[in-house]
Design a protein around this ligand. Structure first.
Ligand code: HEM
Length: 310
C-alpha cells in the first residue's frame, strides 16, 4: 500500500528520473541566510511574535522548479524562495514560496496524473501527446500556471522576482479576528526579466553566481506583503489568484546578506514544511496546502538516507 505522499514523490521521480541525494521537487538550488523584521501592520494583522519588530534569523533557499538538479536556469518555469524563521520564543515559521501567484493543481489528487501525463513513455522517449491533451482537457485549471510562466519573462536573478505563497493562510489578530491572507515577497528594487537575446547570451547556470555577486554588492531586500481576501474570494483553490484590487499591505521585510557555496549551508539537510507556523498564523482549509507536509517529509527522508549511503 503506497500512501498519497509516496505516490506523489514517486511521480516526481518518474518525471525527473532518479536523482539521488537531492530534493524531489525544486532540486536545483542554493542556501542563503539573513533576517526578517516585522512592522506595525504585521502586528495589527497577527499576534505572531515574528512581527514584534526584532530581527528574526532566517535560513533561506533559492531554487529552480522541477526534480532535475541540472535543470537550466533559462527555463520558463518556477523559481522558489524557501524561508525558515527561528523566533526568539522557540517557534519556527517555515515556508516555500514560488515565482507565480498560482499553483499548477487545485486539488492534491491532480498531482500524480499531472506529472504522469508529462512523463516520457519508455517506448518513444516522449510524453504521450494524446494522454496529455486528454488530461489538460479534463483539468483546464492545471494549465494556468504554465500559461503564466509562458507569458512572463525569465527572471534575471533569484533576487529580482516576486514570490507568492499561492496557498491561503489565516492570520489571527489580538481581538480574535481571523483573516484569510496570501502573501508575496516583492523585491524592493523591482522585477528584472531577460529578453530572448539576453537569454541566448547566458549559460544554463547563472543564477547562483549572479546572486553571490548581487549580495556581495549589498543586501537583497524583499518586502513581505499580505493580501487580504474579501467575501466571495476562493480560499481553498491555489490555481485562482485573488483580484489585484484586494488590499496588499507591507507587513515586514526579508533581508538576505549571505549566500553559501554550492551544496553548503543550513538549508540543505532540512525541509521547508509550509504548515510549520507560529501561533497567530494557521493553515487555511486549502487541500493542496494541507497535502504538502507529508510528501516533503518523504522527500527529505529519501534524500538524507541516500546521501548517507543507506
Ligand atoms: C500537493 C502538492 C505538492 C506536492 C506533492 C509538493 C511536493 C514537493 C516536494 C516533494 C518537495 C521537496 C521537499 C524536500 O525534499 O525538502 C517540494 C518542495 C517545494 N515546493 Fe512543493 N509540493 C506541493 C505543493 C506546493 C505548492 C502549492 C507550492 C507553492 C508555493 C510549492 C512550492 C515548493 C517549493 C518552493 C519547494 C522548494 C523548497 C525548498 O527549497 O526546500 N509546493 N514540494
Amino acid at each position: 500500500q503506497v500512501s498519497a505522499a509516496e505516490a506523489q514523490v514517486n511521480a516526481l521521480e518518474g518525471l525527473a528520473g532518479k536523482q539521488p541525494g537531492t530534493r524531489r521537487s525544486f532540486a536545483k538550488g542554493l542556501c542563503a541566510t539573513g533576517h526578517f523584521v516585522g512592522n506595525t501592520v504585521g502586528r495589527t494583522l497577527s499576534t505572531a511574535a515574528v512581527f514584534n519588530g526584532d530581527k528574526v534569523p532566517a535560513v533561506i533557499r533559492f531554487s529552480v522548479g522541477g526534480g532535475n538538479p541540472r535543470a537550466s536556469d533559462k527555463g520558463k518555469s518556477a523559481r522558489g524562495l524557501a524561508v525558515a524563521l527561528d523566533l526568539a520564543n522557540g517557534e519556527q515559521w517555515q515556508m516555500a514560496n514560488l515565482s507565480a501567484p498560482i499553483f499548477f493543481v487545485s486539488r492534491p489528487e491532480q498531482v500524480v496524473p499531472f506529472l504522469e501525463a508529462r512523463t516520457a513513455d519508455p517506448a518513444t522517449g516522449k510524453p504521450d501527446a494524446a494522454k496529455l491533451k486528454a488530461f489538460n482537457d479534463a483539468n483546464p485549471d492545471t494549465t494556468k500556471q504554465g500559461a503564466y510562466f509562458a507569458r512572463n519573462p525569465v527572471p534575471a536573478s533569484y533576487g529580482a522576482t516576486p514570490y507568492w505563497s499561492t496557498n491561503a493562510f489565516v492570520f489571527s489578530d489580538a481581538q480574535g479576528v481571523n483573516r484569510h491572507v496570501r502573501w508575496q515577497f516583492v523585491p524592493v528594487k523591482g522585477f528584472e526579466g531577460l529578453n530572448d537575446e539576453q537569454l541566448k547570451a547566458l549559460p544554463d547556470n547563472f543564477l547562483a553566481e549572479e546572486l553571490r555577486k548581487r549580495v556581495a554588492a549589498g543586501p537583497v531586500v524583499f518586502d513581505f506583503k499580505v493580501q487580504l481576501a474579501e467575501a466571495g474570494d476562493n480560499l481553498t483553490n491555489p490555481t485562482e489568484a485573488w483580484p489585484d484590487s484586494r488590499l496588499l499591505l507591507p507587513a515586514g521585510q526579508l533581508v538576505i546578506d549571505k549566500v553559501e557555496a554550492d551544496g553548503a549551508g543550513a538549508c540543505e539537510r532540512m525541509t521547508f514544511n509550509p504548515i510549520v507556523l507560529p501561533k497567530g498564523i494557521a493553515p487555511s482549509a486549502d487541500p493542496v496546502l494541507n497535502a504538502r507536509a507529508a510528501p516533503y517529509g518523504v522527500s527529505l527522508g529519501r534524500r538524507l538516507t541516500e546521501a548517507a549511503g543507506k
